[in-house]
Design a protein around this ligand. Structure first.
Ligand SMILES: [Zn+2]
Length: 104
């Protein structure tokens, strides 16, 4: 049996990938409904907490992926590679852990 994916805010199941917003908060990747994310998270003082999935998350991961390569060819600190790789891995983790289980 497929385990249900429950919203970390209202504890109701999330049915559609469209409804899902994954957010890195309090040292854990958490699934939320899109509406719960918009209503409660922003109100809770977590302004600036970007969702990992969705368009902005994909865009961030793409930019991080490109930036991660820069220190290999320039004098930029290799910290950029580490941070960029972590962002890309977090994006992949969100997909494997949550998004893959939900229908479109
Ligand atoms: Zn919810």
């Amino acid at each position: 049996m497929k385990k249900e994916l429950n919203c970390d805010s209202c504890l109701m199941p999330i049915k559609q990938r469209d409804e899902l917003r994954t957010v890195w908060a309090f040292f854990k990747l958490r699934p939320y409904h899109r509406s719960c994310y918009e209503n409660s998270l922003r109100g809770a003082g977590l302004v600036g907490t970007q969702p990992i999935n969705g368009f902005s998350g994909n865009f961030t991961a793409l930019v991080a992926f490109i930036l991660a390569w820069l220190p290999l060819f320039t004098n930029i600190s290799p910290v950029l590679t580490i941070v960029g790789t972590l962002i890309v891995l977090l994006r992949l983790y969100s997909f494997i852990r949550f998004e893959k289980r939900l229908p479109h």
